[in-house]
Design a binder for this molecule. Structure first.
Ligand code: ATP
Ligand code: MG
Length: 562
């Protein structure tokens, strides 16, 4: 992160922190980011990361990275490693404060024993289905479990035997004894521990066959780490009473404040890990880091910068109201970042050969081309002009109305950074396909307007003999509609965008790109921003990903309507 990066705007959470520091409730700020390693992080998680790490950073406090790893059958080390890499890539650091909820299994167990001893938890023999049925509804109170008044000694004994592995999965649970008539369903004797045999936990192996539930684990983990502000998303608002109950009923000397904010929802994509897992598992995308995925790994491979993602998170802000953010906003963040930082280059994506018939054979001119139209400090590079060139097929039409500013038969156009040319003849194959254009050039137009006439169009080009052949992947939005999971009657996968992964082979890049650093991002003039794919690109066979288009073509479609 650079020092001149703008500070995050204030929000209601920062105001709470300000007040807590001013009143002396806290003298420092400690937050945590608590991902469950059951998938890769997505842009929604980035919102939480930027909030938690950002608040800690701006107030001189600390933020822990803590894996919420209480569901071993869905979690694994690949996800742990990916999450660590992604948070670090976003620009954050937790020093030696990398924790796992599973680090606390022994303490969590001891606090459960404490609750049992205090008559505040009991071992229940009902099945999960029975517990669910007896839970009641929003309008009806639940039914008390017949095991609710088990004596403490019996509970202690059964819980010890649960831990020792005497009972099969689902046979018993440990439940908090709170209130089966509570209007808050989360307080109707929630399950604290369940039995899970036969899973090898990625951190604790086979040490445990009972696993604590999230709602019980989370407050205790927060308190053990001395968290001051436990920031989470709104769906946990109804769980806050249980968070508080847990800490109020055990002998722990710390009670973090849980504060909820609204989740990020983003148009033209899906964000739930369950759905992202489906896309990966069923092969709709090529892995979690497919450049069309809303995952951090995907955005990263696509070519997004950490700064653009942080900027996005600042712009969307932190509130308590649910909303869906336009994809255009995320795209604009990377566009703005790259507009000033990415050098310009020329790349012809759909090559059409042109021959400048009056340009001497064998002659080569080295012309200086600016790397950035608005930033002279970025310098120039050499572009090579010669008799045979390639332009983009889309920049030529045999006939076109006067409003068409590119090349037409008999018309003139400027080749960017070079001369004005005229198309004299169109060469076609037997099938009538245009294969080549014969053009002439005006030698007086290098850096000068032509005499006595106006040439409005400017197109890009590459020299035929030295252009670099490359594959270009024109990534686009993964879904064709703003809310792919918004239609109850249709599966979100029906809205996948078949064009989102279009690949062009045999594109031609300007020769200077041969020496481009592998991780450099460029604006291919008139085409968009691009960089080399981190996995598939090789010097012999470069592969470029489109990071983002130059303009938001979707916005235009939307205002036009279907
Ligand atoms: P999902 O519903 O996609 O599986 P999750 O909430 O279960 O997500 P976790 O790994 O538990 O995923 O999330 C870690 C943290 O990130 C939590 O504090 C969670 O509130 C936050 N988070 C998850 N999704 C979003 C989102 N879309 N916007 C903001 N914060 C989010
Ligand atoms: Mg979660």
């Amino acid at each position: 992160m650079t020092d001149n990066e703008p500070k995050a705007p204030t929000n209601f959470i920062r105001q709470i922190v300000d007040a807590d520091l001013a009143s002396g409730k806290h003298t420092t700020v400690k937050t945590r980011f608590p991902p469950e390693p059951n998938g890769y992080l997505h842009i929604g998680h980035a919102k939480s990361i930027v909030l938690n790490f950002g608040v800690a950073q701006d107030y001189g406090g600390t933020c822990n990275l803590r894996f919420d790893d209480t569901n071993p059958h869905k979690e694994n080390q690949e996800f742990v490693d990916a999450i660590i890499g992604d948070v670090r890539w976003l620009g954050y650091d937790w020093d030696d404060r990398l924790y796992y909820a599973s680090d606390y299994f022994e303490q969590l167990h001891d606090y459960a024993v404490e609750l049992i001893q205090a008559g505040k938890a009991y071992v229940c023999d009902l099945t999960a289905e029975e517990v669910r049925r007896q839970r009641g509804t929003l309008t009806e109170p639940g039914k008390e479990s017949p095991y609710r008044s088990r004596p403490v000694v019996e509970n202690l004994d059964l819980f010890a035997r649960m831990r020792a592995g005497e009972f099969p999965d689902g046979a018993r649970t440990l439940r908090a004894k709170i209130d089966m008539a509570s209007p808050n369903l989360n307080l109707r004797d929630p399950v604290l521990y369940r039995i899970r045999h036969g899973v090898i936990h990625h951190q604790t192996g086979e040490a445990w066959c009972i696993y604590p539930m999230y709602d019980y684990t989370h407050p205790i983990s927060d308190a053990l780490e001395g968290i001051t502000h436990s920031l989470c998303t709104l769906e946990f608002e109804d769980h806050r009473p249980l968070y508080d109950w847990t800490l109020d009923n055990i002998s722990i000397g710390c009670h973090p404040q849980q504060i909820e904010f609204s989740r990020l929802n983003l148009q033209y994509t899906v964000m739930s890990k369950r759905k992202l897992t489906q896309l990966v598992g069923e092969g709709h995308v090529r892995g979690w880091d497919d450049p069309r995925m809303p995952t951090i790994a995907g955005l990263r491979r696509r070519g997004y910068t950490p700064a653009a993602i942080r900027d996005f998170c600042h712009r969307i802000g932190i509130t308590k109201s649910d909303n869906t953010v336009e994809m255009g906003l995320l795209e604009n963040c990377i566009r703005e970042d790259l507009d000033h930082s990415a050098p310009r280059r020329m790349a012809v994506l759909r090559p059409l050969k042109i021959v400048i018939t009056d340009y001497p054979e064998g002659k080569v001119e080295e012309l200086a081309a600016p790397n950035h139209p608005k930033d002279e400090a970025m310098g120039t590079r050499t572009v090579v002009f010669e008799r045979e060139l390639y332009i983009d097929r889309d920049d030529f039409r045999e006939e076109a109305p006067g409003s068409y500013k590119r090349l037409v038969t008999g018309g003139e156009v400027r080749l960017r950074n070079a001369y004005v040319i005229r198309c004299d003849a169109v060469i076609k194959d037997a099938a009538g396909q245009v294969t080549e254009l014969h053009c002439s050039y005006d030698p007086a137009t290098l850096g000068h307007n032509p005499e006595g006439r106006k040439v409005r169009g400017v197109i890009h080009w590459v020299p035929a003999s030295r252009a670099i052949r490359a594959e270009v992947r024109l990534y686009d939005r993964l879904f064709t509609v703003p809310s792919p999971d918004g239609d109850k009657d249709r599966d979100f996968k029906e809205f996948l965008n078949p064009e989102s992964g279009a690949v062009l082979q045999d594109c031609l890049l300007e020769p200077s790109l041969a020496s481009a650093p592998r991780a450099a991002r460029f604006q291919f003039e008139r085409e968009g921003y691009f960089w080399q794919d981190g996995k598939d690109s090789t010097p012999a066979r470069p592969v470029y990903n489109r990071i983002v288009t130059l303009r938001d073509s979707w916005a235009k479609l939307e205002t036009k309507g279907p």
